[in-house]
Design a protein around this ligand. Structure first.
Ligand SMILES: Cc1ncc(COP(=O)(O)O)c(C=O)c1O
Ligand SMILES: Nc1c(O)cccc1C(=O)C[C@H](N)C(=O)O
Length: 411
């Protein structure tokens, strides 16, 4: 047995208590390193999706709204996600897409800071964050300034009382860099501004600590590390202290204080329910709820330790196997989310060659091979095997094969 194989075995034994692989259905011949884009299917999620369709929809019909508490699901699942991101109950609701939730937050937050003209975000934010922030700001006549998160604190201090909102990603989707939520939130608060965090790439892998970090707002996907399934609804966090002032621009009936009063006038619910809009995608929402049971009995600090161990060991394996590609991801544990991104001029073809070998990651412009480590269902043995495949693809220049260069619509 090689040293690395033995190390993998030892590390898997050390982290055995956080291994939830048996709860997931991952094809035998696949090492799945894209749980940061579409989390894997769990048995609980698969069975619940079938149950919601057959028993609840098919059998209970309209009665399911009460009998299976469909109506309360957005807040109920919100509280479950809240526990994973450090939010006390009553501040998170699951509704709409991340894009739509960001729109609500940018508008509502800016309205809470009248007279302030600027919203700050990162030029390398996930594109939807850029597009939505700009369109929301345009509607309100505000300016969006693009300032890299590393420089944000300084710019926030300069902007002072003209800053309404700083809106940043907790983990960069491309590089996997983890940013200091608490410090940047404090910088925004120091000038009287608000802070919103996109948790798409940290929810379920980093103990985010929204309440402790003083965050004002947060949003995040349900289908990445939370494994809610394709198109699972997103979540939005509004800190308790802001709920009464959260004036959503999307005033749908399900955010109403008394929706079944069928009133002509909109009166927002007093609670986080005011962030709801219209009817939830119940099959997806309840599937997400079932997927979250994979976290039952787990402490997010332990999940984080497993995640860092996996990415750290993967980096160690790459080094030992002579892979010396530039790393886009920080090596330091405290700055690394749950992915490893490597740079290569033929990154797209490298990813296709890996996929052909059963190692599924993805490509991100312009030159990133992105490999996500969803800790609940990946092992150190997987990390070693993936590193060996990366080394082989590079050694044999498999990325030069023409069939790996044709771009698919979705990368
Ligand atoms: C950081 C980040 N924000 C937002 C989104 C978009 O979310 P949605 O498609 O749910 O609007 C994604 C992924 O698609 C993302 O990675
Ligand atoms: N949401 C996605 C989709 O509908 C199709 C393909 C990919 C996605 C993703 O989630 C991409 C992901 N946010 C990223 O970090 O690149």
């Amino acid at each position: 047995m090689s040293d690395l194989t033995e190390r993998a075995r030892q590390l898997d034994a050390t982290h055995a208590h956080t291994d939830r692989r048996s709860q997931f259905r991952i094809p035998e011949d696949v090492i799945y390193l894209d749980g940061n884009s579409l989390g894997a299917l769990s048995t609980a999620a698969a069975e619940t999706a079938a149950d919601v369709v057959s028993r609840q929809w098919g059998g209970q019909l309209i009665r399911a709204w009460n009998e299976s508490d469909w109506w309360g699901a957005p807040e109920r699942v919100g509280d479950t996600i809240g526990a994973l991101v450090g939010a006390a109950p009553g501040q998170v609701v699951v509704t709409d897409s991340t894009s739509v939730n960001l729109f609500k937050v940018v508008v509502a937050a800016s309205r809470m800071r009248p007279g302030r003209s600027t919203v700050l975000t990162d030029p390398d934010s996930f594109p939807t964050d850029l597009y939505i922030t700009r369109s929301a700001a345009d509607l309100l006549g505000l300016t969006v300034e693009l300032v890299p998160v590393a420089e944000a604190a300084g710019r926030i201090a300069e902007l002072g009382s003209s800053l309404a909102l700083a809106s940043y990603s907790h983990v960069d989707y491309r590089t996997g860099e983890l940013w200091d939520l608490e410090a940047l939130t404090r910088a925004a608060h120091d000038v009287g501004a608000l802070a919103c965090w996109d948790l798409c790439h940290s929810a379920g892998v980093v103990p985010v600590g929204l309440d402790d970090g003083g965050a004002d707002f947060a949003i995040g996907c349900g289908y990445k590390y939370l494994s809610g399934g394709p198109g699972a609804p997103s979540f939005v966090y509004v800190a308790q202290r802001h709920l009464a002032d959260f004036d959503s621009p999307l005033t749908g009936w399900q955010g109403h204080a008394s929706p079944f009063a069928m009133s002509r006038d909109y009166e927002p619910a007093a609670s986080i329910t005011r962030a709801r809009v219209g009817t939830a995608p119940l099959i997806s929402l309840l599937t997400l709820e079932a997927a979250l049971t994979a976290f039952d009995g787990l402490d997010l600090q332990e999940v984080r330790r497993r995640s860092l161990s996996l990415t750290g060991f993967f980096l160690e394996c790459l080094g030992a196997l002579g892979v010396d590609l530039p790393l886009a991801t920080p090596r330091e544990d405290e700055h690394r989310g749950s992915q490893v991104s490597l740079r290569h001029p033929e990154a797209y073809a490298v990813v296709q060659a890996l996929i052909a070998r059963g190692v599924i990651g993805d490509f991100r412009e312009p030159d990133i091979v992105r490999l996500g480590f969803a800790p609940l269902y990946l092992s150190h043995a997987d990390a070693l095997a993936a590193a060996e495949h990366v080394a082989a693809v590079l050694r044999d220049k498999e990325y030069e094969r023409p069939e790996f260069r044709t771009r698919a619509a979705v990368t």
